[in-house]
Design a protein around this ligand. Structure first.
Ligand code: G3P
Length: 214
């Protein structure tokens, strides 16, 4: 399973990339705005740190505008993947971009039907948002399981990026379901390391060692 980091924060990307656990990066307009820097400059900086797919999202609402933005963003680096929202215009743009050989990550996916449409239009990635579905009392992970079942029955060239991850169990369950990728916010990545028994064990090794060897 691949780990992408879901942030546009350069320091956080560098911090986790140095551990060798980051296979790619996803951003969205909210994450770019949070850092307050120009999208092109931010994506360029990220591409110097991570050698893997980097998702940059369009903000246009019509297919022509999306394609225009996508063509500009894809000039930044060969690893750029264009994030397109799951709308009819988005599907149209995805189809046009797929014909041009530009990779699309279809975002704001909240149902298996939407994932199926995205794959049919030629998206190379779909991003089901699990946390936001959980927020409205619907199981985000059930949606992922259904998308996995559907994709396994056909030969779509489309990977599942589990997005809107809120806690470590989302990551573990996504892995158990065979999701291709989890895109994880830095705060959740941090939590994946923690286990109280690791801390207690380490403390005990240290104490025993110091008792005998000083
Ligand atoms: O990048 C898209 C997605 O991961 C957003 O997550 O927490 O804003 O629902 P969230």
């Amino acid at each position: 399973m691949k780990f992408f980091i879901d942030t546009a924060n350069i320091e956080k990307i560098r911090y986790f990339a140095e551990m060798g656990i980051i296979d790619g990066v996803t951003t969205n307009p909210s994450l770019i705005a949070k850092e307050g820097k120009d999208i092109k400059k931010t994506i360029e900086e990220i591409s110097l740190i991570v050698d893997g797919p980097i998702s940059a999202e369009v903000v246009s609402e019509d297919a022509d505008g999306m394609v225009k933005e996508a063509l500009e963003l894809s000039q930044i680096h060969e690893n750029i993947v264009i994030k397109i929202p799951m709308t009819k215009e988005g599907i149209k743009a995805t189809h046009q971009l797929a014909l041009k050989g530009i990779k699309v990550n279809m975002t704001l996916v909240f149902s298996p039907a939407q994932a199926l449409l995205a794959a049919k239009a030629g998206a190379r990635y779909v991003s089901p948002f699990v946390g936001r579905l959980d927020d409205i009392s619907s199981s985000g992970l059930d949606m992922v399981l259904q998308i996995r079942e559907i994709f396994d029955k056909y030969d779509f060239d489309c990977q599942i990026i589990v997005a809107s991850i809120r806690h470590p169990l989302h990551v573990v369950d996504a892995a158990r379901m065979g999701a291709d990728i989890a895109t994880i916010p830095p705060a959740v990545l941090e939590k994946l390391f923690d286990h109280p028994l690791t801390d207690i064990g380490l403390e005990r090794f240290k104490k025993d060692w110091e008792t005998v060897f000083g």
